[in-house]
Write a protein that binds this ligand. Sequence first.
Ligand code: HEC
Length: 152
Amino acid sequence: MRKLWILVTTWLLMSAAGQAMAGGGPSSRDTSRLEEGERIYQQYCASCHGSEGEGQPNWEHQNAQGELPAPPHGPEGHTWKHSDAMLYRIIAEGWRDPWNKTERLTMPAFENVLTPAEIRSVVNYLKTLWTPEQRRHQAEESEGAPFPSQSE
Ligand code: HEC
């Protein structure tokens, strides 16, 4: 028992050291990007889309102003139906439903607020709200329509 404990502790220490030496390998970097994505989501998106991504009430119907409310980002919404390129564009440039009775962008543009890397990380966070099936479908959609830039 004691031997096993030592083995486990040694393994934990070694993998921690390994990651520190590699300057945070790809997996630890992805995790930090996801955490960054969630932080950005809570700071900039949750006020409209809900802290759990649940969207606004009656999101499928125009409100009294003739505008569509903010939709949910989870399985019940349609965020997962858009490619990476499209999601990036909606967040960077803003969006309004063409049938809205007003002209304003009800989904605000974030290109002057978030960096390209931050937009990518918030999209990657949204992906954690989908079912595995939806994630697969969206990944296939994105093969021909990836994020516009892979640079920082
Ligand atoms: C001021 C409220 C508001 C904020 C803040 C906001 N959104 Fe939106 N968002 C909307 C509305 C309203 C829509 C629906 C627009 C329409 O279709 O008419 C929308 C639509 C979207 C869509 C398209 C979803 C779909 O199903 O087609 C995505 C993706 C999205 N928002 C992501 C984000 C992200 C990411 C953030 C934070 C960086 C954010 N939004 C912040 C109001 C907001």
